[in-house]
Design a protein around this ligand. Structure first.
Ligand code: PRT
Ligand code: ZN
Length: 222
């Protein structure tokens, strides 16, 4: 952490589903940037608020390390890292109203769902092992969590798992893989996240300005 830094840094997704809406939201807050050639760092021109364009998975680490002060990412990614052992203290500062979906347990379409106890002893494929384990623990059910970084929905037909726990928006991907959602374990959307320890000095003032503008923009949008 560079305590001398007097510019605020906001990490957002470089591409992906949340990149453009995050940028649009910050632009609606009056931020403008000089386009950088490598497109990894955008220097803020009006307010001294710079952008870091990264993979969403990297945002919690950048916040934890103090490289970024604020981040826009899915609550699912934030919550997953918050549950990991030894996780740095990060918190959700605002929910942003886009990128909504649910993290659902989904089972083969021909199953009759009777409840979480049905998962006992099965293999659950997911990209969110901490959230999945945490939910199972709260349900008092023990299943094997198979962690996959992508293509989770295909795991049952490949014989890698019996059921999945994955993000769902329209449900088309599940249907295409002969699966059906049976229980939602997390409602998620894009959120603004920060370290739990408050910012100080100039950066704290900048963050306050940004939050006030964000709330104004969101109120108008509602
Ligand atoms: O490159 P990078 O690592 O930054 O991006 P990524 O590929 O990890 O993430 P990305 O861009 O796909 O998603 C970013 C965030 O968008 C997620 O963490 C969620 O918070 C949010 N989001 C909203 C979604 C969806 N909706 C969504 N539908 N993320 C993924 N999906 C996928 C889902 O995994 C499944 O494969 O879409 C498929 C399901 O969609 P339906 O419509 O068929 O149900
Ligand atoms: Zn990612």
């Amino acid at each position: 952490i560079d305590p001398q830094r007097d510019r605020l840094r906001v990490a957002i997704q470089k591409s992906g589903r949340l990149g453009d809406p995050a940028r649009d939201l910050l632009a609606a807050c009056g931020l403008t940037w000089r386009e950088s050639r490598d497109r990894l760092f955008c220097f803020g021109e009006g307010l001294p608020v710079d952008l870091l364009l990264v993979r969403d998975d990297d945002i919690p680490g950048l916040l934890a390390d103090g490289v970024a002060d604020l981040g826009i990412l899915g609550r699912n990614v934030l919550a997953e890292t918050q549950l990991a052992p030894g996780a740095a203290a990060l918190e959700e500062v605002r929910q942003l109203g886009f990128g909504a979906c649910t993290l659902d347990v989904a089972v083969p379409q021909d199953w009759t769902w009777t409840g979480p106890e049905q998962l006992e002893g099965l293999r659950v494929a997911t990209s969110y092992p901490e959230l999945t384990r945490d939910w199972m623990e709260r349900q008092g059910v023990a299943a094997d969590v198979v962690t996959l970084s992508g293509s989770v929905e295909i795991a049952p037909s490949l014989g890698q798992a019996d059921v999945v726990c994955d993000l769902v928006s329209s449900g088309a991907t599940l249907r295409a893989n002969a699966l059906k959602p049976v229980v939602t374990i997390l409602q998620t959307e894009a959120v603004l996240a920060a370290r739990s320890t408050p910012l100080e000095g100039e950066r704290a003032a900048l963050a306050d300005v940004l939050l006030r503008r964000l709330d104004g923009v969101r109120r108008v949008a509602d």
